[in-house]
Write a protein that binds this ligand. Structure first.
Ligand SMILES: [Zn+2]
Length: 279
């Protein structure tokens, strides 16, 4: 179909991609996971969330979306639950590095990894190595970090997994795949008091503890949860999800517009003289 307008890289021809990089060299790379999300949500939640959010951002800003990565790396306690397919973190890191390097070689000098799963530690290592190797501008946008304030205002419970927050977002983005008649709530003991460690939206604990991902304070989920709902999914609504998704999309669009305003296509900010510094 000539003149087709898709935001997805994989649906374009190579001349269309070359043309696109001349007007905008910012691209979104959605990365999620295949993981159990309770009996009420599909195992692709983390991937579907970022793919659908990316489409809304692309519609508003005109950026392209790279072919998504469906699988993710997992924290130790998520291993063993039915439905989950973990990728080893070193494999995912190298895979993401190859994908980003390929995008940079194709002219995309500004890459936003849109992350839908608690695997930021994998991408942080990749980002710093890629900055040295490719000079590309890279950002890791994890949706619940981008919209932390809104999530805390909208939700009655703290965001963890397949719970009020994540189910609300799923209800906003693909309600046809969510079965609220199977939504439930669960909780589990932890190895040390919860005050000692952070959470997805509050990476740092309030005072004197261990940042999220920095401590093995959780038991294996398969041993302490029956359903795999880490919180209360019965509180989820589409209205709450819309507020959260809107906040994520708004923030990402604002970020992209700043990049567009400050840096022309075809060049990474790391390849330009810093403002106020003589070339
Ligand atoms: Zn999830």
């Amino acid at each position: 179909m000539p003149g087709k307008k898709s935001f997805w890289y994989q649906e374009l021809s190579w001349p269309e991609i070359v043309e696109k990089t001349k007007e905008c060299d910012i691209i979104l790379l959605p990365i999620g996971s295949i993981e159990q999300h309770g009996p009420h949500c599909p195992v692709g939640v983390d991937s579907l969330n970022v793919q659908k959010i990316a489409e809304r951002v692309a519609e508003r800003t005109g950026v392209l979306i790279a072919p998504p990565i469906w699988y993710g790396a997992h924290m130790y306690m998520q291993y063993g639950f039915p439905g989950t397919i973990p990728i080893r973190s070193d494999i995912l890191k190298q895979f993401v590095k190859d994908v980003v390097t390929g995008l940079v070689k194709n002219g995309f000098k500004k890459i936003i990894i849109l992350n839908g799963h608690g695997q930021q530690w994998v991408f942080i290592g990749a980002l710093h190595e890629l900055a040295l190797e490719t000079k590309a501008f890279i950002a890791i946008a994890t949706w619940w970090e981008i919209a932390r304030k809104t999530i805390e205002e909208v939700a009655q419970t703290k965001f963890v997994h397949a719970d009020e927050v994540e189910t609300s977002v799923a209800l906003e983005l693909y309600p046809e795949l969510v079965d609220m008649s199977k939504a439930d709530k669960e909780s589990a003991p932890s190895i040390v008091d919860k005050k000692w460690y952070g959470s997805p939206t509050r990476t740092l604990p309030d005072e004197g503890g261990f940042p999220h991902h920095n401590i093995t304070a959780s038991y294996f989920q398969v041993d302490v949860y029956k359903l795999g709902i880490l919180g209360d999914a019965t509180l989820a609504t589409k209205e709450k999800g819309k507020k959260i998704v809107d906040a994520v999309v708004d923030k990402l669009c604002e970020f992209i517009e700043e990049l567009k305003r400050k840096y022309p296509p075809g060049v990474s900010p790391l390849e330009m003289p810093p403002p106020g510094v003589k070339a």
